[in-house]
Design a protein around this ligand. Structure first.
Ligand code: B12
Ligand code: SF4
Ligand code: SF4
Length: 314
């Protein structure tokens, strides 16, 4: 099979179309419902990040302070980047498990999507010589939502998540930044309009009208990231979850009546009794949650959350 060099592809639009159609085939096989391309230009990608950090909205996620500069400019993370290919992986499914946010019901998505992106690279390497790339699935110092907007995946809603007209916001993002130039997608205009349902529905007032989330108030932050004690006023509002929070997605009109898709890897946990979690030993915790992302939080944090949940239900 003939291999193209990066130089050949970067100057030939017809070749770029061919590569895109190859990606389309792989994306479909790997279960990505949507994907798109954003062009890398040396420019600030996260305009409000510093302000957000200065206001303390990142709570105890100090890594935001350390890598703010890199988040603002993708070339500081990957200097060869020419395009960012963004993949959306749907996780909407029917499930009885209401105590854990839906995106966390399956095998750890960081691993699942990372593997799939490596498969994309391996297919592209069959026809492209000298491909360089970097992957981020939640993990890199990359503002993934900005790239999703630029790649035409969706708009950033007032709940701060990316919304696609067909999928709603029930999808995770995988970022494949490469040294290949590809024709970029078209951005989708913001369709939130006058709606403010998510702002009103958030039990802790974490969604600010200016257009950002204050993590100090966000239940998702406290149940996943907070390693210490959860403030009492927030504890009182944790009545529906022991990990993550889906309220600002559940109420969004763009998330109603969406098609349930096939990504079974993200749906392995059944409903679990809260007493069972409270009484779990390490071995049982590992057996039950070992392959999911809850493992990273560890037994103590999950039990802390379960305890709060259970007291609020008494
Ligand atoms: C940190 C983080 C969190 C934090 C903070 C969330 C947040 N909104 O910032 C916590 C733990 C709370 C969290 C929760 C969740 N997360 Co999260 N998270 C991330 C992560 C790692 C970084 C996000 C980030 O950079 N935040 C920083 C802020 C500043 O960015 P921003 O929210 O986009 O803010 C912009 C706006 O505020 C805007 N802005 C506009 N006007 C104004 C005005 C002012 C004054 C200011 C200050 C800002 C501002 O500017 C900001 C920057 O451009 C990304 C993965 C990644 N590497 O990108 C996943 C990611 C965003 N999370 C994801 C998910 C699924 C979730 C949850 C749904 C999980 C759950 N069910 O509990 C919730 C949703 C909560 C919510 N409504 O945001 C997905 C989102 C997929 C999608 N469809 O959009 C991502 C992309 C992970 C992935 N790879 O799929 N998350
Ligand atoms: S995840 Fe929950 S607590 Fe956080 S902003 Fe959305 S509704 Fe509010
Ligand atoms: S609930 Fe309304 S304001 Fe919030 S994200 Fe959805 S459409 Fe936008």
């Amino acid at each position: 099979m003939k291999k193209y060099t990066i130089e050949e592809i970067n100057k030939d639009i017809e070749l770029q179309k061919e590569i895109k159609s190859k990606i389309n085939g792989i994306a479909d096989k790997l279960g990505f419902e949507i994907w798109g391309v954003a062009e890398v230009k040396p420019q600030n990608t996260v305009s409000y990040l510093r302000q957000w950090i200065q206001m303390g909205c990142h709570a105890d996620m100090q890594w935001f302070e350390k890598n703010a500069l890199i988040r603002e400019e993708i070339l500081k993370w990957f200097s060869d980047a020419k395009s960012v290919i963004v993949f959306a992986y749907n996780y909407l499914h029917h499930c009885d498990n209401k105590k854990i946010a839906m995106y966390a019901h399956g095998y750890d998505y960081h691993i699942v999507i990372n593997k799939k992106l490596k498969q994309v690279v391996s297919c592209l390497s069959e026809v492209i010589e000298g491909i360089k790339y970097k992957i981020s699935v939640d993990t890199g110092p990359v503002h993934e939502k900005t790239w999703a907007v630029r790649a035409g995946i969706g708009w950033q809603g007032k709940n701060s998540l990316i919304i696609n007209p067909e999928l709603g916001s029930w999808f995770l993002l995988g970022i494949l930044s490469t040294n290949i130039s590809l024709l970029p997608g078209k951005e989708i205009e913001n369709r939130c309009g006058e709606c403010d349902i998510c702002i009103k529905a958030c039990p802790t007032g974490a969604i600010k009208r200016d257009g950002y989330i204050d993590c100090r108030k966000c239940i998702s932050y406290h149940t996943i990231e907070n390693r210490g004690e959860i403030p009492l006023d927030i504890q009182k509002c944790i009545k529906h979850t022991i990990y993550g929070c889906d309220i600002c997605q559940e109420v969004c009109p763009w998330n109603k009546n969406k098609t349930i898709l096939k990504n079974e890897a993200l749906c392995i946990l059944d409903e679990i009794d809260i007493e069972k979690i409270l009484n779990m030993e390490n071995l049982e915790f590992n057996n039950y949650f070992g392959k999911t992302q809850l493992k990273k939080s560890g037994i103590n944090r999950i039990k802390r959350n379960a305890d709060i949940y259970s007291k609020n239900r008494e």
